[in-house]
Design a protein around this ligand. Structure first.
Ligand SMILES: [Zn+2]
Ligand SMILES: [Zn+2]
Length: 258
């Protein structure tokens, strides 16, 4: 079994055929899915999906793109309230995105720190999105050493991966590692120990080869796991078992399907 540790099942891309998408995931051995919140206004939608399926969990959080829409004192309380739902197993996705800078950096930092503070307090893992913001991401994490989590859709360098590992965070790889030009990132996959790796799709974005350019979906987690296995020189089964263990060790509120 594999876990898609990061997808967005409430996005309009899946509006017409979510049941078929979930069936294909099951057929490809994706036994657990984590659907990720990006705006609190969409929480109800993703939570409803998680509530309707025993093998789907969700997070609560605000994407760095949307940080400016949620002020921090209220945000902390909102996150704490939403974290009470049994199906909410983590916070995020949060972090810093200085590539797009859709929200001013000060507000991104404020929002990220709020997630880290609440996650540390409630012992809930943080799903971190970081792009062109290595230094500030680590500085925020260092202010909240109790918080733990995962660098999702990792596309950084080896040094950033090491910095995350040193702080007890896991590294999640997406379909990007299947892309032809991702040679450097594949070196990072070789570097990160298998017991620190998660796999994800970030669906509907970033479909892996051989589906590149099309809509991504959780079933394609398999392609990413296959590349991890190839790079590590181990059977796919081992990657599946280890990354699944890693997921449930981090997201402790989630339970394995029986
Ligand atoms: Zn992201
Ligand atoms: Zn995402």
């Amino acid at each position: 079994m594999l876990v898609d540790s990061h997808c967005h099942l409430n996005f309009p891309d899946f509006k017409d055929d979510l049941p078929a998408v979930l069936r294909r995931a099951q057929l490809n051995g994706i036994g657990t899915l984590l659907t990720i919140n990006t705006r609190l206004s969409e929480f109800q939608d993703i939570h409803a999906i998680a509530e309707a399926h025993s093998h789907i969990y969700c997070t609560a959080g605000v994407h760095p793109h949307d940080a400016q829409d949620y002020a921090s004192p209220e945000l902390a309380q909102q996150l704490k309230d939403l974290a009470q739902f049994p199906k909410v197993v983590g916070l995020g996705e949060t972090g810093l995105d200085y590539y797009y800078n859709n929200s001013p950096s000060a507000e991104q930092i404020d929002s990220f720190e709020t997630h880290l503070a609440v996650g540390g307090e409630l012992d809930l893992p943080i799903v971190v999105h970081t792009r062109n913001a290595d230094e500030d991401t680590l500085a925020a994490m260092d202010k909240y050493p109790n918080a733990k989590g995962v660098f999702h859709c990792f596309s950084g360098g080896r040094e950033m991966a090491k910095a995350g590992l040193d702080r007890g965070y896991l590294i999640s790889f997406s379909g990007i590692i299947t892309f032809k030009k991702a040679e450097e990132l594949r070196d990072v996959v070789k570097y990160v120990p298998l017991d620190k790796i998660l796999v994800e799709t970030d669906a509907p974005f970033l479909a892996p080869i051989p589906h590149r350019g099309k809509r991504n979906e959780p079933a394609f987690t398999l392609h990413t796991a296959e590349i991890v296995a190839e790079l590590k020189g181990v059977p796919l089964k081992e990657v599946a078992e280890q990354t699944t263990n890693n997921f449930f060790n981090l997201f402790k509120k989630a339970s394995r399907p029986i």
